[in-house]
Design a protein around this ligand. Structure first.
Ligand code: SAM
Length: 211
């Protein structure tokens, strides 16, 4: 694991989020990753904001060589443990970065970012553009973001600006003629509040192919 120093407060916020609780996420790969990446031929993959590593482990178990990057050392330690348990520890490298000021080296057949959204500082435009630059020729950029709060969330816990389908494409500012948009859609899935209220949540999905 390489270690890129990250300044406060984003690093402190996310490190505390993981350190102060047990497992934060489900351990299952994101459904939209499974839907969008299952048919891709395995190669090299970069998972940005990989958290506890479920997506990276799923990709590695399907034959990808994966680099998982996150700002939280605790998340990355958990991710490495999950990869070892799944028998794919040798197929995933974990790197700590504050994405924006820092970014993993190299180019990848798949660059994936699922819910790389944060209530604290995160330069989304810089990260998205660096993500696109890191896609190898013929490779795929897959971005998934929450489109809004869950339907049951009557009082949002903090102010958030959610992306739009066209807004993210505009932020990416991809060179004309070099990319094709294979997926640009909004997906709705069931969501249940911590106290059992049933509802739904919508996510935006972009899958782009570099020529
Ligand atoms: C909402 S979680 C999503 C985690 C994972 N991708 C998933 O879908 O389960 C956002 C993740 O992004 C990471 N993160 C937030 N800001 C970051 C930054 N500037 N650089 C790197 N990671 C960041 C957090 O530590 C967290 O693991």
């Amino acid at each position: 694991m390489t270690d890129t120093p990250a300044p406060a407060p984003a690093a402190e916020f996310w490190e505390a989020r993981y350190r102060d609780t047990g497992r934060v996420w489900s351990g299952r790969p994101n459904e939209l990753l499974v839907q969008e990446a299952a048919e891709l031929a395995p190669g090299t993959a970069l998972d940005l904001g990989c958290g506890e590593g479920a997506d990276a482990v799923w990709l590695a178990s399907r034959g990808w060589r994966v680099t998982g990057a996150d700002i939280s050392a605790t998340a990355l330690e958990r991710a490495a443990g999950h990869a070892a348990e799944a028998g794919v520890g040798d197929r995933v490298a974990w790197e700590r970065h504050e994405l924006g000021p820092s970014f993993p080296e190299g180019s990848f057949d798949l660059v994936s970012a699922h819910y790389l959204q944060s209530p604290v500082a995160l330069d989304q435009q810089t990260v998205l553009r660096a993500a696109a630059r890191a896609v190898a020729p013929g490779g795929t950029l897959l971005v998934v973001m929450h489109a809004g709060w869950p339907s049951w969330q009557t009082e949002p816990p903090f102010d958030a600006v959610f992306p739009t389908l066209d807004g993210v494409l505009a932020e990416l500012a991809l060179p004309a003629g070099e990319w094709s948009v294979e997926t640009r859609r909004t997906a709705r899935r069931p969501s249940v509040s911590p106290d059992g209220v049933e509802g739904f949540r919508e996510d935006h999905v972009w899958r782009l192919r570099r020529a």
